[in-house]
Design a protein around this ligand. Structure first.
Ligand code: NAD
Length: 355
């Protein structure tokens, strides 16, 4: 078993996972039809990242421009590699809360039904593989908004004495709240991934992350806030901040640290697991704090304005608790902090601006 199938391989998480597993000696099969371009426009196309994988990984990378909504085409790819598939990283998705409400049917078809197609293909042809699903803190809907948050100068925050100060655990309820359309499609997929672990014994896992970032992200106004903010600061483009006075908080994980968590999981896979994995209490920021950092790292004043209208289903505060994952996988050692994330994204953007 020497093959890793990565869906969404042109995207932020998929490309980082592809590189990480290739470095370990796996052959990587990528599936990505550049649908991010359809969602967010040509600026957000991920073709450049597929080109980069093909260049950097050479004969260790095979690409299929296949739509995960196309069940037969997905089956055909898995049929080729069959029992040689050791790991499936399923990261192809419609990832934006805002875009999901524009086309609920497309959002659900990609996120929920697309996930079912990839699960079915794994069950049929590669049942011994570890199945890693990149879920989201969106599955908890706006439940975190019920936490007793206090308003500080630049962020909402919990009192240090609150049991969730170090982060929200997996026991938070997932229903009877507002999810926005994309939160429902992610939760549907997340539940199905768990179920394939329970009902069919596949080694499935859901990683529920807050904000993921990294230089492999094709950032856009609707998705990829930190990279987009740095680009706006650097280029002088305008940035709109929606709601919560810009004090809403997310934990932030670099995609390579997330890929590091995938690597730990596949060493000792389990069936039907869920983990909150992210920057946690160590790496997090509010929108305003991100803007301030973007200004510092670029040395330029940001051209931004504020709209009080909130995004549907948006959460005021998300810091996840990594404890469960860390206790199951003590070998996981994330390396990035906010400083290194902002510096890396700025340097990567400099390359783009000059080309
Ligand atoms: N980036 C974040 O901040 C974040 C946070 C929480 C959860 N997640 C989840 O992680 C996963 C990966 O996110 P990302 O940031 O890498 O997204 P991304 O948009 O950068 O990558 C997703 C890739 O999937 C491809 N894709 C989309 N629809 C497809 C389809 N129908 N068939 C084939 N390919 C398709 C896109 O072209 C894109 O390259 C998603 O499930 C997302 O919901 C991301």
């Amino acid at each position: 078993m020497s093959v890793v199938i990565v869906t969404g391989s042109g995207g932020l998480v998929g490309s980082e996972a592809a590189k990480a597993f290739a470095l370990l000696g796996y052959d990587v099969v990528g599936i990505d039809n550049d649908m991010r371009r359809l969602f967010f426009g040509s600026d957000a196309s991920t073709l450049w990242n597929v080109d980069r994988l093909e260049r950097e990984l050479g004969s260790g990378y095979w690409h299929f421009s296949v739509d995960i909504r196309n069940r037969e085409a997905i089956m055909d790819v898995f049929r080729i590699y069959g029992a040689n598939v050791a790991i499936v990283v399923h990261a192809a998705a419609q990832p934006s809360r805002d875009w999901g409400g524009r086309e609920p049917s497309t959002d659900f078809a990609v996120n929920a039904l697309g996930t079912l197609n990839v699960l079915e293909a794994t069950r049929e042809f590669s049942p011994g593989a570890s199945f890693i699903f990149t879920s989201s803190s969106e599955v908890y809907g706006d439940h975190p908004n019920a936490l007793p948050l206090v308003e500080l100068d630049t962020r909402y925050e919990l009192e240090p004495s609150h049991p969730f100060f170090r982060g929200v655990g997996e026991a938070m309820a997932v229903d009877a709240c507002n999810h926005a359309i994309s939160g429902v499609s992610k939760l549907s997929a997340d539940l199905m991934v768990q179920e394939y672990g329970r009902s069919f014994g596949l080694n499935t896992v859901c990683f529920r992350t807050g904000m993921v970032t990294g230089k492999g992200q094709s950032s856009t106004a609707l998705h990829g806030f930190i990279a987009y903010a740095i680009r706006c600061a650097g280029t002088g483009s305008h940035l709109t901040v929606y709601g919560h006075k810009g004090k809403n908080v997310r934990d932030v994980i670099h995609a390579s640290d997330l890929a590091g968590a995938f690597i730990e999981f596949v060493k000792h896979p389990r069936a039907g697991e869920i983990y909150n994995v992210g920057g946690g209490r160590r790496v997090n920021c509010s929108v305003i704090e991100a803007i301030e950092r973007a200004e510092v790292v670029t040395g330029k004043k940001m051209n931004w304005s504020y709209l009080s209208a909130m995004r549907a289903g948006d959460t005021l505060w998300w810091i996840g608790d990594n404890s469960k994952f860390e206790s199951h996988y003590p070998g996981w050692k994330p390396t990035y902090d906010l400083d290194s994330i902002f510096v890396e994204l700025h340097e990567a953007n400099l390359d783009c601006w000059s080309c």
